[in-house]
Design a protein around this ligand. Structure first.
Ligand code: HEM
Length: 505
């Protein structure tokens, strides 16, 4: 105790001495020492070389060279914003998850919206799904709902994700995105028909982040205190409405302001115009999983005709004070779950359960959860320790569990819910793939104008494909979704746009 007090006293003295001698606006080096000259390097005489002893020069250059961390391998360009989620009821009959425990309960949130494929400074006008990731700082720990603005995904098995992303990213040879490459991949992936139809609709270039819906995409499991399970999908509905840019508007906006999404969010929120989303859930009893023509745990499918129920409203109301600290360093992971929410058996989700935490250990390091933006509001109590940048919470020499010296113990109310399984270890695609019908349902749900725009958008990229087999395979997928869709697209790809123009009037 004596040594500790002396240390604290001496630290206090040092700080006091510094505060007394240095005016608060004195420029300092990272060690806190004042800088004498920030304009001229130290040289050996008026004509001599710069000296290695110029710590200020060297430290500035060193720190500058280390300003970047790896950008996210996907979703690199994004905009973060703080807000709150308010539960619209007590849903403890469905889930023990804290944010839904009582009507009016407020949970702070942080949302990061993003584009997917291109890098950090890329135009926000490029066609892409948009990320819609929400971190709930709940009183049972952080829950991340890492979703997109479209309700389905291109693939249904995580083993295909790196190949899909390679095909969509700029070519390793030319550094340009190339429809020849990604349609080559998708021509082997009939399950992508639904997502491609969505992303080539005007939803693929949102007018603003405020005017898009959000979807968890996968089924998760809601588990209540009696360990009863319901499969659940989470859907955000924008109270600002949903608006995508039409093909000619994309060109116009891109020419004027390719940061239109970020710009809109900063200016509207700073004006006090706070956007809101209602959160809806769709629920399925485990006994119902086999009653559909499709597999409800397949990420290429929406749950058609399964009713939705509103569970709360989110309001976004504060832009971060610093982009790097609160957005670039934010880490969302589908594996950040809390009691009452578990992953379903969806194969794509199972891969994501691993991938995000893994990439973040590389991108941000072992102590990423200690960064303020990622830190839970509740105390973290475990024996994960040390690593680069550790701010530490182990203050005892009992850094293991169980121990007679420590009361820290697990709470078996939070064990994983028991799930009955049957079958053999295997590598087989799912049955009931139903690759086309929901794409057709989506196509037919569009207005005349939106159908024409979809065909214009899709023909623009598909028309660039040189390989006729790839082109025909893709056209056959869209034809199988809806014959009218396939026929009009085939004409448009051949350059006959008369039909598109006529029907959009
Ligand atoms: C970001 C992998 C599918 C939404 C990421 C990142 C990785 C990744 C590695 C970068 C994370 C980081 O650096 O922090 C995967 C894999 C997938 C998959 C392996 C399929 C197996 C999906 C799906 C969705 C989605 C289906 C939507 C439901 C997002 C979002 C982000 C992201 C929103 C950005 C999070 C942020 O704002 O920081 N994904 N992803 N991903 N992914 Fe996925």
């Amino acid at each position: 105790h004596l040594t500790k007090s002396l240390l604290i006293i001496s630290m206090g003295l040092t700080l006091n001495v510094q505060a007394q001698t240095l005016p608060t606006n004195t420029l300092t080096r990272d060690n806190g020492a004042p800088v004498g000259d920030n304009q001229n390097s130290t040289t050996a005489g008026s004509n001599g070389s710069v000296l290695l002893q110029d710590v200020q020069l060297i430290q500035k250059l060193q720190r500058f060279a280390r300003e970047r961390i790896p950008e996210r391998v996907v979703h690199a360009r994004g905009t973060g914003v703080h807000g709150e989620f308010v539960s619209s009821g007590d849903f403890s009959n469905l889930t023990q998850a804290a944010p839904f425990a009582q009507k009016g309960k407020v949970t702070p949130v942080f949302v990061r919206f993003s584009t997917v494929i291109h890098s950090k400074g890329s135009p926000e006008t490029l066609r892409d799904p948009r990320g819609f990731a929400t971190k709930f700082y709940s009183d049972q720990g952080n829950w991340d709902l890492v979703g997109n603005n479209l309700p389905v995904f291109f693939i249904r098995d995580a083993i295909k994700f790196p190949d899909m992303v390679h095909s969509l990213k700029p070519s390793p040879v030319t550094n340009m995105q190339d429809p020849n490459r990604f349609f080559d991949f998708f021509s082997h992936e009939a399950g992508s028909t639904h997502m491609l139809t969505q992303v080539y609709s005007n939803l693929g270039v949102p007018a603003s982040y405020r005017e898009m819906d959000g979807f968890g995409v996968h089924a998760y499991k809601f588990v209540n205190r009696d360990n009863q399970v319901k499969y659940v999908k989470f859907n955000w509905k924008s109270l600002q409405g949903v608006k995508g840019l039409r093909p000619d508007e994309v060109v116009k906006v891109q020419g004027q302001n390719f940061n239109h999404l970020t710009d809109d969010l900063y200016s509207e929120i700073n004006k006090g115009n706070y956007p809101k989303w209602d959160l809806y859930v769709q629920l399925l009893d485990p006994t119902e999983l086999n009653k559909f023509d499709y597999n409800p745990l397949d990420a290429t499918k929406v749950w058609l005709d399964v009713p939705e129920q509103k569970v709360g409203t989110m309001t976004l109301n504060r832009m971060p004070a610093n982009f790097f600290q609160e957005t670039e360093q934010a880490a969302f992971a589908p594996s950040n779950l809390i009691p009452g929410i578990e992953p379903s058996e969806d194969r794509l989700l199972q891969g994501r359960m691993f991938s995000y935490a893994d990439t973040q250990l590389y991108r941000l390091g072992a102590n990423l959860s200690q960064l303020p933006i990622n830190k839970p509001l509740v105390a973290v109590a475990n024996h994960n320790q040390e690593g680069a940048g550790n701010m530490g919470h182990t203050q005892s020499d009992v850094n293991y569990q169980p121990s007679v010296h420590l009361a820290l113990a697990e709470d078996n109310r939070y064990r994983a819910v028991t799930t009955a399984l049957t079958g053999t270890v295997q590598q087989t695609a799912i049955s009931k793939q139903d690759n086309f019908s929901q794409a057709g349902v989506f196509y037919r749900s569009l207005s005349k104008q939106d159908r024409a725009d979809l065909i214009t958008n899709l023909a623009g990229d598909l028309g660039k494909v040189n390989d006729t087999n790839v082109k025909h395979q893709m056209l056959s997928h869209f034809y199988r979704a809806d014959p009218e869709f396939g026929e009009r697209l085939t004409k448009a790809v051949k350059g006959d746009l008369a039909d598109v123009k006529q029907r959009s009037i």
